[in-house]
Ligand binder design. Sequence first.
Ligand SMILES: NC(=O)c1ccc[n+]([C@@H]2O[C@H](COP(=O)([O-])OP(=O)(O)OC[C@H]3O[C@@H](n4cnc5c(N)ncnc54)[C@H](O)[C@@H]3O)[C@@H](O)[C@H]2O)c1
Length: 206
Amino acid sequence: MKTLTVHTPSHTYPIFIGNELLPQAGSLLKPHLGKRAAIITNETVAPLYLGTLQTALDAAGVSHFSIILPDGEAHKNWQTLNLIFDGLMQNRAERKTTLIALGGGVIGDMTGFAAATYQRGAPFVQIPTTLLSQVDSSVGGKTAINHPLGKNMIGAFYQPQAVLADLDTLHTLPVRELSAGIAEVIKYGALGDISFLNGWNSIYPN
Ligand SMILES: NC(=O)c1ccc[n+]([C@@H]2O[C@H](COP(=O)([O-])OP(=O)(O)OC[C@H]3O[C@@H](n4cnc5c(N)ncnc54)[C@H](O)[C@@H]3O)[C@@H](O)[C@H]2O)c1
């Protein structure tokens, strides 16, 4: 496992990167969680990874409940955001309840925005499960939902307490989504790291 540390004006947080991390999520994340956690995920990711995360939190003694949202960019809106708030209120989530985003960039962006605004700010953790969300959207603190007149138009800058990127979750990712993430990685090489880009060319010469 590799651990990177991100320094922001508000606080410093770790990014855990490696294989077989989701089963260890309870112990790795426990120092960054409250006593209670709300897992926010979607109907595609839940059957794949929610059980593993729940078991890991149980083993670490963190109580939790789950909110399962519809899947897709079309649902990154006020209506779906309200489903998060409904779940938090129905389960009597407190201000210290940690929101855990389990999914791709859509889940991460919506969970982050919900955390930024629930009771004027609740802690949140990112568990990104797409390559794009692991290399891009889970880091940096940009959260948002879409408006019918514009993408990502309503949101907040709000940093997570921790990010856990389990590379094993990429095994179930459709090829198209994997390609979108790889394109982002190549773009970063072109923008800021020519030696990284050249290294990439030697791996995939064509
Ligand atoms: N906050 C930021 O800085 C930032 C940066 C870039 C993009 N974004 C946002 O991220 C979103 C795109 O994120 P994305 O590309 O991750 O899309 P996504 O979240 O829609 O995920 C793509 C698809 O893969 C599914 N999926 C997720 N993990 C899976 C897994 N491990 N196995 C199988 N299926 C899985 C999802 O359910 C979905 O159907 C956009 O809304 C974009 O605006 C935000």
